[in-house]
Design a protein. Structure first.
Length: 312
């Protein structure tokens, strides 16, 4: 996405209807005065301070700078309700796209609930701007290069040029068809999430199921694909075979004769669009059949793979 379009969306649409938040976010970005700094609003974040009194695993961060791995939370009176309601709308794609980062905080209200004056809020904004400028200097010193705006397309081109898919790459792809075509094929719409690449590898682009607080599981198309906390193991269960596309049923022995799976998992990007991101190279290592259902376990054996190895 072009820079102007990114800024127009992030600094307006994503904060529409939140007048104080919108004012603060725009003030911060304007005062920083660095056109190479990328802002992201409403970034999904892991709660690293989960406690007995704060059991939210995830929440939305109001302003985030991915190049600095720094975000700002703007305290408004509606935040508590907003975060509680978020738990009811949580999607697995959000979890995979979530991050952990250092954070600053700006409060709109005083402790007694009264609205702060302009000068008070502006002073907090200036403090954050000062700190962000310091982070930019430190980042440029550590990387030995100036901050540079790089959208997802630019990062994707760098990955393709490098010739390696890696789990640490901050790159999203449109979906299974784009990845399949990047590997030397030419199709308009693959129409499935599981396809053989060559004698050693298969491409798998599943949706992740998620277990809610009430114990129920949200899934798609009858497949229950669960991911453990460190992304090292995927469990795959066929829940309702009638809802499954028969073309996606595994071939051969339960361990697929040693063929490895190149896994890209669905996420939602910062604009809320459905995308996919590389999760690693997996292979089947265990099979169970609880209550007549097939449950297969895959372990991650590599976090990088050369793109040339995946071509026919």
């Amino acid at each position: 996405m072009e820079k102007l379009e990114h800024l127009a969306l992030m600094l307006n649409k994503r904060t529409k209807g939140k007048k104080y938040e919108n004012f603060i976010i725009n003030s911060i970005y304007t005062k920083i005065m660095n056109p190479e700094l990328i802002p992201v609003t409403q970034q999904y974040v892991e709660n690293s301070h989960e406690s007995q009194n704060n059991k939210k695993n995830y929440y939305l961060l109001d302003l985030y700078f991915p190049q600095l791995n720094y975000g700002i939370e703007i305290d408004e009176s509606h935040h508590l309700n907003k975060e509680n309601s978020l738990l009811d709308k949580i999607r697995a794609e959000d979890i995979l796209g979530s991050i952990q980062c250092k954070q600053g905080r700006i409060s709109i209200y005083n402790e007694d609930g009264s609205l702060k004056k302009y000068d008070e809020i502006n002073n907090e904004i200036d403090e954050q701007v000062k700190y962000i400028k310091k982070l930019i200097i430190e980042t440029e010193k550590n990387t030995n290069k100036k901050l540079q705006w790089q959208d997802n397309e630019a990062r994707k081109n760098m990955i393709i040029k490098k010739g390696i898919f890696g789990t640490k790459d901050d790159v999203d792809f449109e979906g299974v068809t784009e990845i399949y075509n990047l590997l030397g094929n030419n199709v308009k719409n693959l129409g499935r999430c599981f396809v053989k690449l060559n004698e050693r590898y298969k491409l798998w682009v599943p949706y992740l199921a998620i277990k809610l607080k009430d114990g129920s599981i949200k899934t798609k198309n009858g497949w229950t694909n669960m991911l453990n906390e460190d992304n090292s193991v995927i469990t795959e269960v066929v829940g309702n075979i009638e809802k499954c596309d028969s073309r996606n049923l595994p071939e051969g022995d339960w361990n697929e004769n040693g063929i490895k799976r190149i896994v890209f998992m669905h996420i939602r990007d910062s604009f809320g669009k459905d995308r996919v991101r590389f999760l690693g190279v997996y292979e089947a290592f265990k099979l169970e059949r609880p209550e007549g259902k097939q449950k297969r376990y895959y372990k991650r054996i590599a976090e990088e793979i050369k793109i040339c190895e995946l071509k026919k």
